[in-house]
Design a protein around this ligand. Sequence first.
Ligand code: FAD
Length: 304
Amino acid sequence: MALGTSSTMPRTLPGQRSIPEVLAGEGTSYSFEFFPPKDDAGEAALWTAIRRLEQVRPTFVSVTYGAGGTTRDRTVRVTERIAQETTLTPMAHLTCVGASVTELRQVIGQYAGAGVRNVLALRGDPPDGPGAPWRAHPEGLDHADALVALVRSLGSFTVGVAAFPDRHPESPSLDHDAEVLVRKADAGAEFAVSQFVFDVASYVRLRDRVAARGRDLPIIPGLMPVTSFKQVRRMAELAGTPLPEAVVRRLEPVADDPTALRAVGVEIATELSRDLLAEGAPGLHFYTMNRSTATLEVHANLAS
Ligand code: FAD
């Protein structure tokens, strides 16, 4: 059954192209990811970043959904404000963690009511933390493919999904990861956004495995311009993304010099971006950490 608000909702605003249309077209799609801030200072920093990044006219910006659904209200509020007060196209993340299907329908209804037409449908990390066994809510959904189908059934949403070029930590094989993306595409996902990559070959390998299975699912590679060595090491460990030796060799010597580290981080992200685009990536998705400077520097390097 379609939600009242979303069933009649157009997929895009008048004159605007949908995310899959942009990805299929000429040129590079840029997108930026944010997380909902915890306090007023964080909120101010986020809005400074949003306003600065707005200038380069990204295809979309996305807002994450906290572990266990903890940021539900803040995610909805920030996404809604982006939809209403900026020229940006928002994409809201949504996870299955700790939620019944009824609760998921309610959040999807809130997104529809806020004018959000793009949803990144995710399972989410296990409620006891990454590495713990996955436990679905007894009246909830077990995997992202089921959430894709639910969102699609509730209105004219454009749905994206997550992809893992370096293998999802719980996945037995790269082939299984490709099969999972095929299931998500068959459930109605129209594009995927990848975990941040530091190895172009792993992105190409996953993309080719999905293509070999006959699915034309655009996969946007994720990029993280490094601004803190400690942070990227921790995030890479949590995500199961290995940091290549060559990357560590460049970052480690400048780890305690924030200015030099940021410069090297931007240099690495620029090189990766160029190589990914040369391999035919349809766009670039930046994990901004709610900051704009490093991402804008990479963007400027690519434009020059
Ligand atoms: P799934 O596709 O369900 O995969 C989870 C595991 O189950 C994988 O090992 C997969 O191989 C396996 N699997 C999948 N489908 C099946 C099936 N039908 N049968 C058997 N096995 C299956 N987390 C958050 O909490 N909030 C966010 O906002 C958020 N944003 C993210 C954005 C991006 C771009 C990415 C890449 C990740 C994001 N994550 C976020 C993290 C993500 O939720 C976790 O990595 C999670 O563990 C996997 O989510 P998924 O959607 O890929 O799940």
